[in-house]
Unconditional design. Sequence first.
Length: 265
Amino acid sequence: MDERIRKMPPDRRQVVRVIKGLQALMFPMCFRREDPEMEDEQLRQSTMALLYTELCAAMRFREETAEDAGTKARSVCDAFIARLPRIRETLLKDVDALYEGDPAAVSREEVMICYPGFYAISIYRLAHELQLLEAPLIPRIMTEFAHEKTGIDIHPGATIGEYFFIDHGTGIVIGETTTIGDHVKLYQGVTLGARSFELDENGNPVKKIKRHPDIGNHVVIYANATILGGDTVIGDGCVIGGNTWLTHSVPAGSTVAYTATENQR
């Protein structure tokens, strides 16, 4: 086989088709199908066939042999499809959080159809499960598509609890090693990022270490707040005010607010 063909990465357009197929499969009343006449089982089979093909491409791109790529891709697909009902249940809890937390929301269907926060969360939760299954490339392609569409940047490696609420959303960044508890609300412009990068003996960033903060349960983080560092822990029930810059932990039940000083204009 031509080395250039073997090295071809996954097709982003096909991965987007997988996203749309999965959304339509989980929420048929709110996400349109490419073919409105397609039955659920047909949609499931066609979507998983697309995912299998792109997983094979991703694994070949990662230097797997054709045989190993096919075997591993099939294993990932089988495990992933079994997790879809649980993903759907979690997303319905996210819908509840958005609907009950936003006075402007008219219905849960409106949340699913219109809200960029839910759109980004729905893609993140699918991508996260594929990340846990060690699928290469595909999870990042998925969440970067959501980033492109909504301005919400969630790394698929982040761990996010139930009833997650993103209001407005534009400019939110959630780093790879972030953990977020249940019933957490984020507003636009929030960054959950790294304070600094540990370097190896050659001056290169060290991979796969804890770099991003932990956010407890029932936390509200208002617009443009920045929370940095792998050892930064925001306790349960905290309220973090807008424009706050935090690089240290905050005990449970605290309220943190930005205060201008004489030297700030």
